[in-house]
Design a protein around this ligand. Sequence first.
Ligand code: SF4
Ligand code: SF4
Length: 476
Amino acid sequence: MAAMHASAYETAGQKSKTKLDRSWMSQARRWFQIGFLALFCAMPFVGVIQFDIPHWRVVLFGQQIWLNDILFIYLVWGMMVPLLVGVYMLLGRVFCGWMCPQTTFTEVIDKFLIWANGSNKLFHSVARRRVVIFIYSVTVAWLFAFVVISYFVTPEVLWFHTKTFWAWLWGLNGPKDRHVMNYEVYQAVRDSLRFQWVLWIALTIDLSWARHRWCRMFCPYGIWQSIFRNRHALRVRFDEEHSSACIDCGLCERQCFMGVDPRKQPELTFNCINCGDCIVTCDRVFKKRSDPGLLSFVVGEKVEGKTRLPKVVYLPPLVFLGVGVLFVYSMMNYQPVFASINRVTESELANQGHVQESVYSSFAIEVVNKGRSDDDFALSTLGIPQPAVHFSQDRVHLVAGERTRIYLDIDPDKVNLPQTNVQFAVRVQSENDPGIYALDRASFFKEGVLEGQGVGVSPQRHQPQLEDAPQDEEDP
Ligand code: SF4
Ligand code: SF4
């Protein structure tokens, strides 16, 4: 009788461990999954992030990062890579278990199947279950594909996209106001609809058939995370010391939808996603015996009773912080206008009807409004006498994200300067905020000297710096 009340550990002739209730882990994981899914769905709609591929820009917290702003792209990657690598090294595939929407959607189906296998007679028929799973998969796949698309198109495109899709679904010819779309919007709507179709079909197949098979065998992000996971990362540990207390019920292994037996060194398997379900399951088995389960999470390794992490895991956060400071500094000094000057090509010269009609004295200036709002810009030159300068337009209004090309002709006869190689700069400055400006520099050769001496004509360009401009005019 006494033996019946003894704990499993004591039955196994070992000292009982302290009672531990870790069922909160299941609740916490659910909230993480719901929270991440809600965040993922909300981010593009509340303006946190938007990838505007047609205009080559990313809008991040209201700031635009242009994909041709190489420095910013490097800085963003410089922050993201160490942050993610640090997480993989320390926590393994924890993203898969606690946040990935694929796992979340699939676990809903797992729950349904458990419920259908129980006392509910309505779904004992396999065909009925399949119908329910298929309807669920089609619906969730469409909604998720729609959310993914909203990361890549503007709200205007998304609006037309939605109307066009539903019009198609109900057999109509498209929204009545379709003519309102300009060609660029029309192209974006067409591409986003195609993309949604592909994603919709792929996700439907994934949820209705592949489910956890995808996570176990194909997911490239899962493989990528596993590459960085090392033996010190967060992992499930089987209590070898009390292994004889294991009643070999096999529930932990059956609970694992990733097909891992947590008693057999799950830290060595690629598949463990640190969801913790096996730990909670084993706790439930032992709860009846007032003992904690035999499985637990561990990280690092115990050295003289203290948990030690390998030194290498401290490196990614340090790199992240260092690059993060540079990123914030760059964002604070960001100029939302871009200007670049180049000599015109022969064909441009023929098409544009330039005053000078010479590639040596005609330039093309690329101006981009990288700001989030429309702006008026004035163009001027530094380092060259004003009577010699002729812009195709010296003022320009650009809507947010718009770029334009303006031509500059220089009359060599009016350049009364002693030098033959004249360095000058073009300044593009906002008329609404003088602090917003861009400079670019080029060289102008007087034509006769050029031909006589065979001097090269390639313009010298570099990133615009105010102090680099010739100083014969007052800087802004
Ligand atoms: S072994 Fe445990 S923690 Fe790892 S995936 Fe399976 S159930 Fe989750
Ligand atoms: S759930 Fe616990 S007791 Fe059951 S087999 Fe797994 S480790 Fe052993």
